[in-house]
Design a protein. Structure first.
Ligand code: GTP
Ligand code: MG
Length: 195
């Protein structure tokens, strides 16, 4: 898809604030700092539309990016940042549970993991949660520019195993630095959203 028009429509917390045009949605989830905002920026060829930072835990709302008035990318705040208070963690949990469990236009979730490390327990819990709600999953291993090509196959099989992925779950090895995997991610987004 050739993307020219993108806007952050709303940073939402509660369902009443979600957009209501009925466009299909693709959500992006993953731990803080894994590269969600960078992935969105790579997909839409922008450097800084989705906010990126080296400060983990910065995105605290569901950010709905309108893509060509055809679909929304939904940037979900990252999990697993130790300095977030228990109360904020609970609020986060309620917000994402409400969104993932009851959003008919949600067509799939890109679940990001850091390609340099074994997936964490929270990454595994997120996949279990997405399986529970029967949501189509694309696992995206990020920061692959840091991994030599010769290790890519092994990285992929280790992630698949640790996350206990189902055969229908897809996986892409990605880098927002080299743009590796960008086309594969777009292909999946187009297939799932039907655009
Ligand atoms: P939160 O919004 O805090 O949850 O983080 P996020 O998941 O949106 O991560 P973000 O895109 O802000 O990236 C975090 C840091 O990782 C930034 O310093 C990025 O430049 C860096 N980063 C993201 N993707 C890549 C990648 O593919 N390769 C490398 N080398 N660095 C990356
Ligand atoms: Mg972010």
């Amino acid at each position: 898809m050739k993307v020219q028009n993108v806007e952050l429509t709303i940073s939402a917390v509660s369902p009443a604030q979600y957009p209501n045009e009925g466009f299909p949605e693709i959500a992006l989830s993953g731990r803080s700092n894994v590269g969600k905002s960078s992935l969105i920026n790579t997909l839409i060829n922008r450097k800084g539309l989705a906010r990126t930072s080296s400060q983990p835990g910065k995105t605290q709302t569901l950010n709905f990016y309108n893509i060509e008035s055809e679909l929304y990318f939904v940037d979900v705040p990252g999990y697993g940042y130790a300095k977030v208070s228990k109360k904020d963690r609970e609020k986060w949990g309620q917000m994402i549970e409400r969104y993932f469990s009851d959003r008919p236009v949600l067509r799939g979730v890109i679940s990001l993991v850091d390609g340099r490390h074994e997936p964490t327990e929270l990454d595994c819990q997120m996949i279990d949660f997405l399986h529970y709600y029967d949501l189509p999953i694309l696992v995206c291993a990020t920061k692959m520019d840091k991994i030599p090509r010769g290790k890519w196959n092994r990285t992929e099989s280790q992630i698949r195993k640790k996350l206990a992925l189902n055969p229908q779950d897809e996986i892409v090895l990605f880098s927002s630095v080299t743009k590796a995997g960008k086309e594969e991610v777009w292909n999946w987004v187009e297939k799932m959203s039907g655009i």
